[in-house]
Design a binder for this molecule. Structure first.
Ligand code: N01
Length: 888
């Protein structure tokens, strides 16, 4: 509908509120699909749009070079197969005008404009408790009264004001990439400045340089940019799409980033230099951000070492593209991991700095002092300018919602106040205290870390389906509970520890806006997992939501949807899909074979100095051992290690990734002992082997290459049991000297009635019935109270200092805590790590359960302390400090 007609209609309604079921703010990708779905679901809806037409971000961002940077075949609506075939993109990465045409085409095809009020800004939104409706005031036309209020405002729609002194004094032209004039700007023959080197700048700089007499780029932080290699849509992706469109789309919906790429499983250190380079060159040639961000190796986005390799390879490309070495050096990012800040996709960006009419000003060396009437002055020089282009970004995510207009919820609470310390939400979709209020791709959802088109469709479908279900059940309001929201915020914080996003100063964290509270705003747990959580909320009876209706009808299923660490949840879900028979049903031999096979699929441990195998004399014949040595020169303190496996499974190599990781973190030597197993060798074989092996290793520490003197003991699960028992036996049998014990999820008692045995009886891999089976194979009921298998029943005074790790979702949790508390009460120095959201195998699934890293860091620190070694030092604050700190 032409703007004039909209204005006429709106003004005719001035004064009387327009009554609708649902009001939507925004007519971009999200707002359009919302209108379509709401209408199909039988809701009467209106969209309020500040712009003069549809398009959202693509309406405003018209700067030269503005394009999509997700391949356009992926950045499209998928809700209607006919729409998909009715529109053909002309390029791999469509330009802004083409995307705008597409959105106009969609608006026309579904006749959406008739429900959009253009050039209409909401100036205030208030929840009315009596009528249970939102009241919206607008700057153009009638106010609106609606049952539900949905923000489809986009994540990057509030441009950041220029924070540089003197902008108003400048006599030349000033433009913002995010508000580019519709008729374009003639830059020919002009002296132009671009401030900023984010995506908008990187796309526009090469084109501005072609027009301008001279271009000066003011760069505060260099960003990683990759070549787009734009052209026709790549044939391999097109044939994937065309061969099975539905499967292609479904893979995108279940993927981590919303683009159908597989999950990489090979880690960087399993590849040779040549293999890594080959993968990188392939990704560089592909010209695809998501490919480069996800397809190199499994650890690139979660581990600083795996990421550093990518950074170095990109820096090499920058060095070879830019002729002047000083300019090249200034363009190389060095303060954040690749992908932690949004990388850019470019066409000729780096080569543009080889042009004689382009100058790069490194603001890290010469900060801007002021903008003057004639140009820009830095601390060391002045630049005369005709035009300044601000490519300085947005008050992202919250700015688009909070700063748009005051939003007042239940009890007069303002969203600005509620979010004063950072955005709070449930699922990134709803906010406690704000009934019937929804955000599409809001903070707390994958949004900007995903293909927005996929996330928008998922959000819209979820919200509209909920509104329809609510209506059909006769409820009138929906609002998340405090518990659910607090749980989601904790889950967000847990997710943020998996990826490296937290290590960059970026608009993802609010660091780009002076004074903005900092914290990672998008959900980093991935698109597929997020979708499954939203579905789980519904399947568990609208978990975390309170619904109310006429006559006091209320439904409140309070609770937290995710209490597991995000990666633990993924592992457990994956295991559940495998439908494995219970391990105890496989028989001892079958179970051993299964565990061996299972271990083959895990990431190999990281490189260490040396691995040496040998045998030592046990009480009843030789016992194998494996020595793991650090790369540093020794001799190192010795840790005697006992593997897990319920006294039945595993061997001296089965916890290899854990041993290697701990060797790297502690700088100590681990000797993993292959003690005898049940059912062939029942109690007390494992305990006596553990003790004898510790004694022998302590006596032969120097021969093994370790430091003579007290040893330390460590073990996981049944191995933790053996380590604990060994400490008691060493105390009672005259040595060896043990300087400390690390007990990770240890078995400490034969009592199966503690709450954790019941709460975590099934569903967390180690089950109660598996534990029963282990006990039955190892130990007769009459022997179970013996301290050599139930150390909690022994004397716990006079033991070496201990670090005891327990996991929330582990049947063994409470007996581990009981042992730690008993030792502590008996005067043993004890530290405990009660790992929230973790399961029995969290800490040994190295490079799979990434959230286990911080626990192993603490374990390593404890072992070093026990051994009298100094704490590992960290770099001083400065560029890259956060990365160095995380690397420890
Ligand atoms: O904004 P940005 P953008 N003085 O925040 C600098 C999406 N997008 O508009 O890094 C000097 O990334 C700032 O420096 P620093 C995409 O998700 C998509 O470019 O804060 N410099 C930075 O260099 C993207 O990430 C497409 O130190 C100042 C730049 O300005 C997001 O939008 C295209 C400054 C801002 O970069 C935002 O991109 C374009 C100051 N006072 C954008 N303040 C697609 O292709 C800021 N800077 C789909």
């Amino acid at each position: 509908m032409p703007d004039a007609m909209v204005a006429t209609r709106a003004s005719s309604e001035r004064g009387t509120a327009q009554q609708v079921d649902v009001a939507v703010v925004g007519a971009g990708f999200a707002g359009l699909y919302l209108l379509h779905r709401l209408r199909k679901a039988g809701f009467n809806a209106v969209a309020l749009e500040e712009a003069g037409d549809v398009g959202g971000t693509w309406y405003w961002n018209r700067y030269p070079g503005a394009r999509c940077d997700i391949q356009t075949i992926d950045y499209s609506y998928t809700f209607d197969p006919e729409l998909e075939t009715a529109w053909t993109w002309s390029e791999k990465y469509a330009t802004q005008p083409e995307i705008l045409r597409y959105l106009g085409f969609v608006a026309d095809r579904y006749d959406l404009r008739k429900d959009i009020r253009f050039r209409t800004k909401v100036t205030e939104a208030k929840w009315d408790e009596k009528t249970e409706r939102w009241h919206l005031t607008t700057d153009n036309g009638a106010p609106v009264s609606c049952r539900h209020y949905i923000m489809a405002t986009g994540c990057l729609s509030a441009p950041k004001p220029p924070e540089i002194d003197g902008v108003k004094d400048f006599k030349g032209e000033v433009y913002f990439t995010g508000r580019w004039p519709h008729d374009g700007v003639d830059l020919a023959g002009k002296r132009v400045a671009v401030i900023g080197t984010g995506s908008s700048a990187v796309q526009s700089i090469p084109l501005i340089a072609e027009q301008a007499a001279h271009l000066t780029v003011f760069q505060r932080t260099p960003n990683f940019a990759l070549p787009a290699h734009n052209g026709p849509a790549p044939s391999d992706r097109m044939s994937l799409l065309q061969s099975d469109r539905a499967a292609y789309r479904e893979q995108a919906r279940q993927s981590m980033a919303g683009v159908p790429y597989p999950q990489q499983t090979v880690v960087s250190w399993q590849l040779s230099d040549a293999e890594r380079r080959e993968r990188f060159e392939r990704a560089w040639a592909a010209g695809d951000l998501v490919h480069m961000l996800t397809q190199l190796w499994a650890d690139q986005a979660v581990d600083v070492d795996g990421n550093r390799i990518v950074q170095d390879l990109i820096r090499e490309k920058i060095r070879s593209a830019v002729k002047d070495p000083e300019t090249a050096a200034a363009l190389m990012p060095d303060d954040h991991p690749f992908g932690a800040k949004r990388p850019c996709l470019d066409t000729n960006y780096y080569a543009t700095y080889n042009r004689p009419n382009v100058t790069l000003v490194n603001l890290r060396k010469e900060p801007i002092k002021a903008i003057t009437a004639g140009g820009i002055s830095t601390s060391s020089r002045s630049f005369d300018l005709d035009v300044i282009v601000f490519a300085t970004g947005f008050d992202a995510m919250t700015g688009a919602i909070r700063a748009v207009h005051p939003i007042t919820g239940r009890g007069g609470r303002s969203l600005t106040d509620v979010w004063a310390q950072g955005p709070q939400s449930y699922l990134g979709l709803t906010v406690e205290g704000f009934p019937n209020f929804f955000m599409i791709t809001g903070p707390g959802s994958p949004s900007v870390l995903s293909n927005m088109a996929v996330s928008i469709e998922q959000h819209v479908d979820w919200v509209v389906d909920r509104l329809a279900a609510l209506r059909d059940a006769g409820f009138t309001t929906i609002e998340p509970t405090e518990t659910a929201q607090a749980g989601w915020n904790r889950h967000m914080a847990d997710c943020s520890m998996v990826t490296l996003h937290r290590l960059a100063n970026t608009w993802y964290t609010g660091a780009n806006v002076p004074g903005k509270v900092q914290g990672l705003m998008p959900y980093t747990g991935g698109v597929g997992p997020y979708r499954s959580i939203c579905d789980e909320v519904v399947n568990r009876g609208m978990l975390g939501f309170k619904l109310t209706g006429p006559g006091g009808a209320t439904q409140c299923n309070d609770g937290e949807v995710v209490r597991l660490q995000p990666d633990v949840r993924l592992v457990l879900n994956l295991l559940a899909t495998l439908n494995l028979p219970p391990i105890e049903s496989m028989g001892a031999q079958g179970a051993c074979a299964f565990v061996n096979e299972f271990n083959k699929s895990r990431p190999a441990g990281r490189p260490i100095g040396e691995i040496v195998d040998g045998t030592l004399p046990g009480p009843d014949g030789p016992l194998p051992y494996r020595v793991y040595k650090p790369a540093s020169s020794g001799p190192h303190p010795v840790v005697v290690y006992f593997h897990g496996g319920g006294w039945v499974l595993g061997d001296e190599q089965s916890d290899e990734p854990f041993c290697r990781d701990m060797v790297r973190r502690t700088g100590m030597m681990f000797v993993s002992v292959g003690y005898r197993h049940a059912p062939e060798h029942r109690f007390p074989a494992a305990a006596e082997d553990g003790y004898a092996a510790t004694r022998w290793i302590a006596e032969h520490a120097a021969e093994l290459g370790g430091k003579p003197g007290p040893v330390l003991v460590a073990g996981w699960s049944a191995g933790g049991n053996i380590a604990a028992v060994t400490c008691q036996l060493a105390r009672d049998r005259g040595g060896p000297d043990i300087a400390g014990q690390l007990l990770v999820c240890p078995v400490t008692d034969c009592d199966f009635d503690r709450p954790s045995y019941n709460e975590n009886a099934t569903g967390y891999f180690l089950t109660r019935s598996l534990m029963y089976w282990f006990w039955d194979l190892y130990c007769s009921p009459s022997d179970r109270a013996d301290p050599r298998v139930s150390p909690l029943r022994g004397k716990v005074a006079g033991l070496p200092p201990a670090f005891v790790v327990t996991c929330e979702f582990d049947p063994l949790r409470d007996e581990g805590i009981a042992y730690a508390e008993a030792m502590s009460a008996a005067g043993v120095p004890v530290e405990q790590l009660k790992a929230r959201g973790h399961f029995h195998s969290s800490f040994t699934m190295v490079d799979v359960v990434i959230t286990g890293v911080s626990g192993r860091v603490q374990m390593a620190k404890a072992l070093r302390r026990f051994a009298g070694l100094p704490e590992v030092s960290r770099d001083e604050p400065g560029p890259g400090f956060k990365i160095a700190a995380a690397a420890s």
